[in-house]
Design a protein around this ligand. Structure first.
Ligand code: ADP
Ligand code: MG
Length: 473
């Protein structure tokens, strides 16, 4: 966690150096080393590091350096809870030494007017929770136009607690905001998106001081809908050689049972492992897995804990785990003692945000890939692929179909819509917009009718010619 970078190698103001010295802090932690110089240069910074890595000082020192003891509000720090507001304010207090800055906390659950009185004598820095800062602003106790520095601490927790609308409310009123710092232990996509909305060209600092060991293995993800996860699993499993062993992870016991059932039906020899099995059954299965009699097991996270089998070369996440650390624990099952391992994750559209979160949190490079081709000598998929238009549908369940027919041949959008409506004998509500572009025609059709629509095009001419329809992604 600590680096060799000494605080006194930075040209920090003397009073900050003095307080660091008296606190016994010599060297910066990784996140401090990476973010403090950027923040001091005035850049917007997004910092990620795990809990306990020294994020408070990472934003605290640059903020304290920029503030003057004038009694005019210059910086606002938002934290998700009252305890954190107190902790941050306390650390600021220690770090500032004899700078003389007035640092005041503002949070809910206490008398608002009483708290407001503490502000009346002037304040340089406020550390507060979003709701109370809003209330205080509305009552005229806080002037959000005053501070130029803004910091969001524990942004991921604020997001989980539903504070983002409040935060946006605050940001909109900070008319003179010049610099924004955002810190978080994890990075869900929503935070990255939101940050880009209210930060200007933020510099990302991701420090991976995770204690978890990330194995040196290749990681891939396959974007695939629920309907075809089993097909993709079949593709992955038929590449296994005699020396390979695999663990397939599912999130629930029920999914483990279903996956085992279906894989057995497709003639894969697999065993399920989950908490409903007796200790005895569990041990038997594990012993057979260790001996290599069973090449593949399907397991929940809990049941797989402690499995230590060197032959595991392939880990498959049938579902992405809900808990981020579980991902690391799962993939850590392979690639042991120098063996080459692979981890594949089957990611439906709903899982995609979770995948970004995992990648950002651990700085993982998970390669977006297609399902592997069938290996030589196998010419049929073990599991047949099904039509699945759900993954490409919009929120209303509509998919865009590309038709290789141009506007002049197709006629009007009405005639195209009408052709589908009558060939499919469907409700007009299932047929959406038609538009023409670059010599092609595009029509949106409800997922429930897309398969039929493609078949109808194969059977019947449209405007006197054969037209091919393909789903437009
Ligand atoms: P985070 O916000 O990343 O969870 P904190 O900022 O709360 O972490 O820091 C964790 C602990 O480490 C605190 O007690 C803090 O005072 C201490 N600390 C932070 N940076 C340093 C440093 N450079 N040297 C010594 N102690 C530090
Ligand atoms: Mg913190």
């Amino acid at each position: 966690m600590f680096t060799n970078t000494r605080f006194d190698s930075w040209d920090l103001p003397q009073n900050l150096l003095d307080s660091l010295h008296s606190m016994g802090w010599d060297c910066a932690t990784q996140v401090q080393k990476d973010t403090i110089p950027l923040a001091r240069s005035g850049r917007d910074v997004i910092g990620q590091a795990r809990t306990g890595s020294g994020k408070t000082a990472a934003f605290g020192l640059p903020i304290l350096e920029r503030c003057q003891a004038t009694g005019k509000l210059q910086a606002l720090v938002l934290t998700p809870t009252r305890e954190l507001a107190n902790q941050v304010a306390e650390e600021f207090g220690n770090l500032q030494g004899d700078t003389g800055l007035k640092i005041i906390t503002v949070y809910g659950g206490t008398d608002l007017e009483k708290q407001a009185k503490t502000l009346s004598g002037g304040v340089d820095i406020i550390v507060g929770t979003p709701g109370r800062v809003m209330d205080m602003t509305e009552r005229g106790h806080i002037d959000l136009e005053s501070p130029t520095l803004f910091c969001l601490d524990e942004a991921d927790r604020m997001l989980d607690m539903g504070f983002f609308p409040d935060i946006m409310w605050v940001i909109e009123r900070m008319k003179n905001r010049e610099q924004t710092l955002l810190f978080s232990a994890t990075f869900p996509q929503e935070i990255i998106d939101a940050a880009h909305e209210f930060m200007s060209e933020p510099e990302f600092v991701l420090t991976n001081t995770e204690e978890l060991d990330i194995p040196p293995i290749d990681m891939f993800s396959i974007k695939i809908g629920r309907a075809n996860k089993l097909w993709a699993l079949g593709r992955l499993m038929c590449r296994m050689t005699d020396t390979d062993q695999t663990i397939i992870f599912c999130n629930t016991k029920r999914m483990v049972d279903l996956a085992v059932q279906r894989l057995n039906k497709h003639r894969f020899v697999v065993e399920g492992l989950h908490g409903d099995l007796s200790q005895n059954q569990r041990e038997k299965i594990l012993a057979r897995f260790k001996e290599g009699e069973v090449k593949t097991i399907v397991a929940t996270d809990v049941a797989a804990r402690g499995i230590d089998v060197d032959g595991i070369t392939l880990v498959i996440n049938y579902d992405l785990p809900v808990d981020l650390d579980s991902f690391i624990h799962r993939v850590g099952r392979t690639g042991r003692i120098g063996r080459k391992g692979e981890a594949w994750s089957l990611v439906s559209r709903d899982d995609a945000p979770q995948l970004s979160k995992i990648m950002a949190t651990y700085g993982l490079d998970i390669i977006d890939s297609d399902a592997p081709e069938l290996p030589e000598g196998i010419d049929r998929d073990p599991v047949t692929r099904q039509d699945d238009f759900g993954e490409t549908a919009d929120v209303f369940g509509f998919v865009t179909l590309h038709l290789d027919i141009d506007r002049s041949t197709a006629g009007s959008s009405r005639s195209v819509a009408h052709w589908f409506q009558s060939s499919l004998r469907c409700d007009e509500m299932a047929i959406g917009d038609v538009h023409f572009e670059n010599g092609s025609t595009f029509i949106s059709i409800h997922t429930s009718k897309v398969g039929l629509a493609i078949k109808a095009l194969e059977k019947h001419d449209m405007a006197g010619q054969r037209v091919t329809g393909t789903v437009h992604e």
